[in-house]
Design a protein around this ligand. Structure first.
Ligand SMILES: Cc1cc2nc3c(=O)[nH]c(=O)nc-3n(C[C@H](O)[C@H](O)[C@H](O)COP(=O)(O)OP(=O)(O)OC[C@H]3O[C@@H](n4cnc5c(N)ncnc54)[C@H](O)[C@@H]3O)c2cc1C
Length: 401
């Protein structure tokens, strides 16, 4: 593909925004489109904050991706006026020393990450505000932490526009098959966006827009976030005095001064409904679960008032990997998604965030580096063993995905 190809990226969540950014940096003309605006309230990326972490067991490829992404988030944070990355650290808890923990540690050692394997006693001494009952070991990642999600994505899109990218608001209709290549995406307004390549980064809307291809591959449960009030005048539960944490099934972090929302608890999601129509209302059952968790692990917060709740859809791909691949029927249409992918099922952690990596994968692939020699990849859409761009490109070239 020539260096000045026009690429349309549909979806301005974290996947689409970073994809657009990297494509622009690579010298392409890029148009980014979103139906409701970057990181809007219904988008997966529209939450206040998200965790970036590096513990992925033996899937060291994700550890490398997280590290690679962290540098890019930090760079964005440095130019964004208000901080985007909050280096709260993250503490993972394990009932016993299991392979997920030891594999993660081995991967971190290889990359010289300053992660620490902690015993229960060490954790009790360092983090006295947490109840470690039944927890035998912990992994502390001091260099990772929280990202101010909505602000990050919105800042990135603003930067993209300042850099010369085009952003417009509009809802794209799924492309109808007419030839081997797509020449334009039509918006519900009737406007047509002509481009040489298209990347659909629709997050939880992927199964809706491409039901045949994506519905069997992606589930979109609704995840819940609860914010509890911390005692005024007591900063024990406020960054930097305690780290982010991950107990099986629950992720959270201290109150983060940049947003001052309160002490955050995120529960695993359940119901998969339509992201356009779902009601994001207070759920009494989820409230009880969140309070039970706080009571058990943070007893000093017993009785803390619930300040607000949020609910949003995330994506779980069937293979638990990102989906970054070409549309099987159009040779110039790509998908980038599967964000939450379900590593959480293994670690108890929430999800993964490394937008820049997904995006650069799309860049490489859209660049057509492997376009002529990966027919086996081209005619199937499936979750790739997501990894660094170079890994994906290499896999594709070998036809091994
Ligand atoms: C409660 C919760 C907690 C989470 N915690 C974490 C965490 O701690 N760490 C982590 O890494 N991840 C976490 N995640 C997951 C993470 O937020 C997502 O993986 C990520 O935001 C997905 O980004 P995306 O760009 O794929 O999707 P989205 O952010 O949903 O973006 C997709 C965009 O596509 C647009 N779109 C859809 N259809 C169309 C169309 N037809 N035309 C135009 N635009 C369209 C939408 O409007 C939307 O803006 C969490 C998710 C939830 C819900």
């Amino acid at each position: 593909m020539g260096s000045k190809a026009h690429i349309a990226v549909i979806g301005a969540g974290v996947f689409g925004a970073w994809t657009a950014h990297h494509l622009l940096r690579a010298g392409h003309r890029v148009t980014l489109v979103d139906q409701l605006g970057p990181a809007h309230s219904r988008a997966s990326s529209g939450g206040e904050s998200r965790l970036i972490r590096a513990a992925y067991g033996k899937d060291a490829i994700y550890t490398r991706m997280a590290l690679d992404s962290l540098a890019q988030w930090q760079a964005l944070s440095a130019i964004s006026g208000r901080p985007i990355f909050i280096p709260a650290g993250i503490l993972f808890f394990f009932q016993k020393e299991e392979s997920y923990l030891t594999d993660s540690v081995a991967a971190h050692r290889q990359l010289n990450l300053p992660s620490e394997l902690l015993t229960s006693n060490e954790m009790k001494r360092r983090f006295p505000m947490i109840d470690f009952d039944g927890v035998e070991a912990g992994l502390f990642e001091p260099s990772f932490g929280a990202l101010m999600a909505r602000r990050a994505v919105q800042s990135l899109v603003e930067q993209f526009v300042r850099d010369g990218g085009a952003y417009l608001r509009g809802a794209a209709l799924p492309p109808a098959r007419s030839s081997q290549s797509l020449d334009a995406v039509e918006l519900t307004s009737g406007e047509r966006i002509q481009a040489d390549r298209f990347v659909f980064a629709l997050g939880p809307w992927l199964p809706k827009a491409f039901p045949d291809l994506m519905a069997p591959r992606i589930r979109t449960p609704l995840g819940y976030v609860h914010y509890f009030g911390t005692p005024p005048g007591n900063d024990r539960f406020t960054f930097p005095n305690m780290p982010s944490f991950n107990f099986p099934g629950v992720t959270g972090w201290p109150a983060l001064p940049p947003d001052n929302r309160g002490f955050r608890v995120r529960l695993r999601g359940d119901i998969a409904t339509d992201p356009d129509a779902s009601q994001r209302v207070f759920d009494r059952e989820k409230d009880k679960l969140a309070r039970d968790f706080v009571r058990q692990r943070f007893p000093l917060l017993l009785g803390a008032p619930l300040l607000e709740t949020r609910a949003c859809h995330y994506e779980m791909s069937a293979s638990r990997n990102f989906i970054i691949d070409r549309h099987p029927q159009f040779d110039n249409v790509w998908f980038a998604g599967g964000g939450s992918a379900g590593v959480g099922d293994v670690s108890g952690a929430g999800d993964r965030r490394r937008g820049d990596v997904e995006c650069r994968a799309a860049v490489d692939q859209a660049d057509g580096g492997a376009a002529d020699d990966h027919d086996s990849a081209r005619h199937r859409v499936r979750a790739v063993p997501a990894g660094l761009t170079r890994d994906i490109s290499r896999h594709i070239r070998k036809g091994s995905i």
